[in-house]
Design a protein around this ligand. Structure first.
Ligand code: NAI
Ligand code: MG
Length: 351
């Protein structure tokens, strides 16, 4: 019997509600497939500011560093908006401490949900893509200068940084539809030329079985809206990924449906829904747990190497969403906890 140590960081607002759904799914997977998951709950974000005067307490850090994987709910809320310390600092701190350099955001549009998309059904139906965003380099981490009249932001990428995130993309593509679209601005920017050269060389040396194409970020923004079904894995640098992943995230019609994984060198990962703490619905059992459960499926796949279990969870989520037993944000009347339970029941029924 395999045993895994999972740190759970519920955070604020609806964070604890969706994190509980994630724990329930893992417990069910454990029962059905014969694994044991040990859960350790720690504080992050606003609640940690309140109790520890630190959005990412040392005790939380120690637990995360020792864990096999980390599940996060969400952080933040109006209560902490005016304070000196920000809950979001906890997010940056955990990403940095765990060395998480690749952010993965899958997006697919379910047939039953296609009418909620801002795009026409015939354009978006069947879209199923994964954006891999470099998370620790580029413009967001470069040197900044400022005078009264001039500001600069430095953008730096090394071959090693490009290689490691490209590897994540190629590896993921092999488990999907075997296609990578690398996005850059190589017609203008030097870091993008290094990006493209590195991706081409790595592809030739180690991943020639994967189909590779290149796209410029500006035309990619158009393609994501006009023909989202033609992409599988999309890999890009930090800022381009920030923008493109937000663009892609609105295609399914609710951010409550989407999960994410942030991966480091050792296979350790942080798994969280892409939405925030949703203070407007917190404590009402209205939060859609699907984004968190999709994140848990990625945890099983990428950090714990439990592929069959990940497939079972993904299939159960899809079946329940397709059945129409869904929360209010996607047109249903079910409570978040009822959806979570239905998905666990589905795993038991089909596994
Ligand atoms: P939000 O994502 O929390 O909410 C936006 C809208 O989507 C709200 O109407 C909310 O009710 C709805 N929504 C979000 N998740 C949902 C779910 N699972 N089920 C059903 N409906 C859902 O973004 P907002 O309102 O801009 O930010 C609220 C707080 O969350 C802020 O303090 C913000 O800083 C923080 N935040 C935290 C993030 C994180 O922890 N990774 C990411 C984004 C925002
Ligand atoms: Mg963003």
């Amino acid at each position: 019997m395999a045993s895994f140590n999972i740190v759970v960081l519920p955070g604020d607002g609806i964070g604890p509600e969706v994190a509980a759904a994630g724990v329930q799914a893992l417990k069910t997977i454990g029962e059905v497939f014969g694994h044991s998951f040990n859960f350790e709950e720690k504080r992050i974000g606003g609640i940690a500011i309140d109790t520890d005067n630190n959005p990412y307490p040392e005790d939380t850090d120690r637990a995360c560093l020792a864990a096999d994987a980390v599940l996060l709910g969400a952080v933040g809320g109006p209560k902490w908006d005016l304070g000196k310390m920000r809950p979001e600092q906890g997010l940056l701190a955990v990403r940095k401490s765990l060395g998480l350099f690749a952010n993965l955001r899958p997006m697919d549009v379910k047939a039953s949900q296609v009418h909620r998309s801002p795009l026409r059904a015939e354009v978006v139906q069947g879209a199923d893509l994964l954006i891999v965003r470099e998370l620790t380099g580029g413009l967001y981490f470069g040197k900044q200068t400022r005078t009264e009249t001039t500001a600069t932001d430095e953008c730096v990428y090394t071959v090693a940084e490009v290689e490691r995130v490209a590897r994540v993309a190629f590896d993921a593509a092999r488990k999907r539809r075997n296609k990578v679209t690398s996005v850059d601005k190589a017609n203008v920017i030097e870091t993008s030329r290094l990006w493209r050269e590195t991706v081409i060389r790595l592809h030739k040396e180690e991943y020639s079985d994967v189909e590779l194409e290149h796209a410029l970020v500006d035309s990619m923004a158009m393609h994501l809206v006009t023909r989202p079904t033609t992409f599988d894995v999309i890999v890009t640098e930090n800022m381009f990924g920030d923008i493109l992943s937000d663009l892609a995230s609105v295609l399914p019609g609710s951010i409550g449906l989407l999960g994410s994984a942030s991966l480091g060198a050792t296979g350790k990962g942080l798994y969280e829904p892409i939405h925030g703490s949703a203070p407007d619905i917190a404590g009402k059992d209205l939060a859609n747990p699907v984004g968190t459960l999709k994140s848990v499926a990625m945890m099983l796949r990428f950090s714990l190497n439990l592929t069959q279990e990940a497939d079972a969870l993904d299939a159960a989520i899809d079946a329940v969403v397709e059945s129409g037993f869904v929360t209010r944000d996607i047109g249903g009347t079910a409570s978040g906890s009822a959806v979570s339970k239905a998905i666990s029941d589905k795993i038991r029924e089909t596994a």
